[in-house]
Design a protein around this ligand. Sequence first.
Ligand SMILES: Nc1nc2c(ncn2[C@@H]2O[C@H](COP(=O)(O)OP(=O)(O)OP(=O)(O)O)[C@@H](O)[C@H]2O)c(=O)[nH]1
Length: 150
Amino acid sequence: MQYKISNLNAPPETVEKNFKWGDGFVFMYSITDKESFQEACKLKDILLKVRGQGVPAVLVANKCDLITARNVTEDNGLSLAEQLDCPKYEISVADGMSGVSEVMDEIIIQTKREFVKSLSMLNVEQTEKPRSKLFKVLKKRIGRSHSDTV
Ligand SMILES: Nc1nc2c(ncn2[C@@H]2O[C@H](COP(=O)(O)OP(=O)(O)OP(=O)(O)O)[C@@H](O)[C@H]2O)c(=O)[nH]1
């Protein structure tokens, strides 16, 4: 499901609330618009505050066909991607859908991976319970047989 988490006028509480339930995040800015990049930086701060590192995310620099109107450098973008610890894509929506598909594939892969990880963690917790009970029983028996021999 796609949900536009923020616009420049959204109150910070709303943005935080949305970051709490999202499974994966696409941070998108325009290379021609410094303000959109600064907004992505602010959103990155909120994501890290609310969820910490390791959340599925992708950084997208759009409008890379408008080379002469570039206002955000590639290095700016790379540094933001590093802070988010996520891959960065430079795409042009105007040039076709291939960049968009790549971005969507990446965020879906990351989100699925995270989902599988959380499922396997649930399974570990479930299998640990009977194991720890057995451990207690065995411990008791071992303790009893030890006291029989003393
Ligand atoms: N040259 C070029 N123009 C683009 C590209 N992507 C979007 N645009 C143009 O930029 C303008 C804004 O596009 P939107 O899709 O409305 O962008 P937005 O930021 O989501 O706008 P809101 O939904 O109003 O917040 C439109 O005129 C698009 O045609 C691109 O990659 N290259």
